[in-house]
Design a binder for this molecule. Structure first.
Ligand code: PEP
Ligand code: MG
Length: 942
């Protein structure tokens, strides 16, 4: 049997194999192979580590023989000998897995020293102090890591030594003090562990390799992997890097430092970093001395500075990425000790992407792939200042990104009142309802204690681009008392808070924030993305203002205009209520006739704002009760009015007692109450109260009539449109008149009419007949032919299954994946995110929240079925998505793969979707046909 090879010198290793060599080993190998000055060394592979564990924590047979052979080669390369008394080879033994786990595993330096070598080494370097300092560091690190001694025992001895000398810093210790420390350290090992510090360098090597392997399963490393969800597929075992020691602490011509090839904070193309003269790497980390900015190296060690400038370019040319590297200068000679991709902030990622393309370090395609959509997200919103030192008082779900500070208000009316005066307010509610919309307009941010990421508050706030935190359950809200309580602390109305919709954090007081940046760099990158992507990107926008913003963000149309938003506007809601409450057909028609011109004006404005681009208008979707007050509030109001009436009839009412009753009554109808208050005498007659009571009771009756056990599965969408045809007739008329008037005014309105909640082709047949009638009327009236498309939402499971038959009756499909997810799982989206989904995700029952990231094996599979069967009937069927998933990068990748024509998302996510769509196209291009057809391919759902 051919023995597996465990050891590779830097010159020979396959530097692209990070899994086998670990990140550090791969970097050292690559730098060696491209001619950068790396001290000679070799890597023991992660495979050896796995074998070590497989064999019950025993080094695999043959490993140390291979290592010894490589050590001999190192001796030849360096002209030194391991364990030699006068010319010793010293090595570092460092850990390094496939993914960086900074500081989580162990490293031992100066290996190869013993009581004799230290003397010879001191003589050879003519610096005995230096030699003993290196030796005491070895004994300590080896003692702790390889043998298991306690750190504090060494720390106490070091402190005592300094105290004896009256020294403040380690470097003030004399040779004698260091010699004594070495002896004391060895004694600690002997006394505490009953074992000797090994004098045999080969024994040291073996124990050190084993110690590094052990550190893979050390508590720190295991916790880190769990926290950052590093799976064995991502990194499995640590490699061991054995590298000739070089010393940055050999005098004033030596130094050690860390640097980035560009500034990771701004992205500027300058060498960025710090260094310390006459120091070892661990001194930089320990923060004992303050390092100098790297720019000073230019005057202090100009040769090394020049060399670093050359290296920085070589590294970027090689890796096509900003690098973060470590170096040491030993007596004027520069050595590279590590390199890895630099972690940068979002601004730097965007700037370096554009710059590196201009400098031809990267191709545009590579530049687009290296930016994560999250980076754009960060830049597009106001953020908490990263330097701010603030502790959150609660954390909810991050529902709509951005940070906002403002005073707490507990209802929409108050938000509107204060907001209009220019005060910054945060609307804080248990949950929000459509009737709170006016409060949203005036609020800087929204915080709810209930609801998930697709709750009303979340969807509306995202649509408006306002920061929103939902489901912050630790906060108990009592809006009657106008009080919120969190961890025993009360927050009263008017108190300042700050919310961060990107993290879900809630802070007391005002926390500093930084401005969003839609920089020229970002615009350039997005232009490149637009050239590459094949998937269209539209926006979900309900008003002319939203439409204008959508265009600004680069949307190529509106994929969803929810008409209910217009119904909820303050001037419409009373008319909508009249329509619902009407007792006769005439009354209803009168209300509808009042709504029609308003709707027409809305549509016209939107068409104008989106001229030449498609606008998909969805006919009314929600159940009617959403436009009526809640049953609870009506019951309270009716009870209060009855009480008031009885007080007037049987009590002894005075203006004061009436006023008091009005104060405490649970009445929401402010104008009516004001009238009552103003006319206490009229109230005494009972006339006004009777009128109000009658009104409320009739609303109550209607609310009872429209109440449903399961409203989201009830009388809504196309079902409502078919059973109340006046409603859809009015909307269709308003849309087509708006188109006709646009045509007359020379505006190119590209109209698409969309029917919600369709489950059966017959429904489309009915609406189509209605549409034909309305179209004939409007065309006759305007004397012109109207051009538009007629399509359907696909948001019911049956619609996916019957997609072929449905396709015969429509020109386009748009997946409503919010409802489709709900329907596929039979999870109520309002309840699931609150109750059990977090548990499911935390415990691995589901990989993520399916209302946020498209459930590809389930919902995705239904989508694919619908696309394939719809296009079989109608090959040019246009298909899009307008559920929340249309703005989620991985879901967008699926939409690309499955052949959708466009995604539609809130305007603020449009730039993210543009980037994600380009990335999807690039990734697909890079994958081979076999890969795409392979069973493990995540998007292979049918
Ligand atoms: C959907 O269901 O995905 C959708 C877009 O419609 P809504 O969220 O308005 O129900
Ligand atoms: Mg829907």
């Amino acid at each position: 049997m051919k023995q597996i090879r465990f050891v590779y010198p830097f010159e020979e290793a396959d530097s692209t194999d990070r899994q086998l060599l670990g990140g550090k080993g791969a970097g050292l190998a690559r730098m060696t192979q491209i001619g950068l000055p790396v001290p000679p060394g070799f890597v023991i592979t992660t495979e050896a580590c796995r074998q070590y564990y497989k064999a019950g924590r025993r080094l695999p047979a043959g490993l140390m023989d291979e290592a010894r052979e490589r050590m001999k080669q190192l001796e030849r390369q360096t002209g030194k000998a391991f364990g030699h008394k006068t010319n010793p080879l010293l090595v570092s033994v460092r850990s390094g897995g496939a993914l960086s786990m900074p500081g989580m595993m162990d490293t031992i330096l100066n290996l190869g020293m013993n009581d004799e070598v230290v003397v010879g080494f001191g003589e050879a370097t003519q610096n005995l102090r230096f030699a003993y300092d290196a030796y005491r560091r070895l004994i300590q690190a080896f003692g702790q890591i390889a043998l298991g001694a306690e750190e504090k025992r060494f720390a106490e001895l070091l402190e005592a030594a300094k105290k004896r000398l009256g020294a403040e810093y380690d470097f003030e210790l004399t040779v004698e003090a260091l010699q004594r420390l070495c002896a004391d350290y060895k004694r600690v090992i002997q006394d505490d562990l009953g074992t000797e510090f090994p004098q045999d360098p080969w024994k040291q090597l073996e124990l050190a390799v084993e110690a590094v392997f052990r550190s893979w399963e050390g508590k720190r490393a295991v916790d880190y992997r769990r926290e950052f969800k590093i799976t064995p597929q991502m990194a499995n075992g640590t490699a061991v890097n054995i590298c000739t020691m070089v010393f940055g602490n050999m005098g004033e011509d030596s130094a050690t430092g860390v640097a980035f090839t560009r500034d990771p904070g701004t992205g500027e193309n300058v060498l960025f970093g710090e260094y310390l003269v006459n120091a070892q790497g661990e001194d930089v980390v320990a923060g004992i001395r303050t390092p100098k900015p790297i720019a000073e190296l230019k005057t202090e060690m100009p040769g090394s500075w020049e060399e670093l400038q050359r290296i920085r370019r070589t590294l970027e040319d090689e890796y096509h990425e900003v690098q973060d590297f470590e170096f040491t200068i030993e007596r004027g000679k520069l050595y590279m000790l590590q390199t890895r991709n630099g972690k940068m902030n979002a601004t730097a990622f965007v700037k370096t992407s554009r710059d590196m393309v201009a400098e031809k370090v990267l191709k545009a395609e590579e530049a687009l792939l290296r930016i994560s959509p999250d980076h754009l997200e960060q830049l597009l919103h106001r953020r908490i200042d990263p330097t701010a030192d603030a502790e959150p008082i609660a954390r909810g779900l991050p529902a709509s990104p951005g940070a906002a500070s403002g005073v707490v208000v507990f209802d929409a009316d108050e938000a509107e009142r204060r907001g209009r005066t220019g005060e910054a307010v945060i609307l804080v509610r248990e949950e929000t309802k459509p009737e709170d919309i006016h409060g949203f307009f005036q609020a800087r941010g929204i915080l709810t204690s209930r609801g998930g990421k697709t709750s009303h508050a979340a969807v509306v706030a995202r649509g408006m681009g306002k920061p929103c935190v939902v489901g912050a359950e630790e906060i108990r809200i009592n809006d009657r008392e106008r009080l919120a309580v969190v961890s025993g602390r009360s927050i009263t109305e008017g108190e300042l808070i700050t919310i961060d919709g990107g993290s879900g954090d809630v802070f007391l007081g005002e926390v500093p924030t930084v401005e969003p940046e839609f920089s020229e760099d970002m615009k350039t990158l997005l232009r490149w993305a637009d050239e590459i992507r094949t998937l269209g990107v539209r926006a979900n926008a309900d008003t002319p203002e939203d439409a204008a913003l959508a265009r600004e963000m680069g949307a190529e149309g509106i994929g969803l205009c929810r008409t209910e938003r217009m119904f909820n506007a303050a001037d419409r809601l009373p008319i909508v209520r009249d329509m619902i409450l009407s007792r006769t057909a005439e009354e209803r028609r009168a209300a509808i006739d009042r709504l029609r011109p308003m709707q027409k004006a809305d549509f016209k404005e939107i068409f104008k704002a989106m001229e030449d681009l498609p606008v998909t208008i969805r006919l009314l979707d929600p159940p009617l009760h959403e436009f009526l007050p809640s049953l609870e509030s009506l019951l309270l109001e009716v009870a209060a009015l009855k009480n008031l009436k009885s007080h007037l009839e049987h009590g002894n009412p005075t203006p004061q007692s009436l006023s008091r009753m009005l104060e405490s009554a649970e009445l929401s109808d402010l104008p009516a109450i004001e009238r009552l208050r103003a006319e206490v005498s009229a109230a005494r007659d009972g006339g006004l109260i009777d009128e109000l009571l009658e009104q409320k009771e009739s609303v109550l009756q209607k609310v009872r009539e429209t109440a449903e056990v399961n409203p989201m599965l009830g009388h809504r969408g196309v079902r409502l449109g078919i059973t109340y045809p006046e409603l859809y007739r009015m909307q269709l008329g308003a849309i087509l008149e708006a188109v006709a008037e646009c045509v007359q005014e020379g505006v190119n309105a590209v109209c698409e009419i969309m029917v919600p909640q369709v489950t059966e082709p017959n429904e489309l047949l009915r609406v189509g007949e209605l549409l034909d009638e309305v179209r004939a009327e409007v065309e006759a009236q305007h004397g012109s032919r109207l051009d538009f498309k007629f399509g359907t939402m696909i948001e019911a499971v049956r619609a996916c299954v019957r997609a072929d038959a449905i396709a015969e009756r429509t020109e386009f499909f748009s997946f409503g994946t919010n409802d489709l997810t709900q329907a596929t799982f039979s999870f109520s989206r309002e309840d699931a995110e609150q109750k059990f989904l977090p548990f499911y995700v935390e415990n691995g029952l589901l990989p993520q929240n399916p209302f946020e990231a498209l459930d590809i094996p389930g919902v995705g599979r239904l989508m694919k079925l619908a696309v394939v069967s719809g296009r079989r009937v109608k090959p040019d069927l246009k298909v899009g998505i307008c559920g929340e998933h249309g703005g989620h990068p991985r879901s967008i990748e699926f939409c690309h793969t499955v052949g959708l024509d466009y995604v539609s998302c809130s305007s603020f996510r449009v730039p993210i979707a543009r980037l994600a769509a380009a990335q999807a196209a690039l990734r697909e291009k890079r994958r081979s046909k076999e890969e795409r057809e392979h069973a493990d391919y995540p998007f292979n759902v049918l």
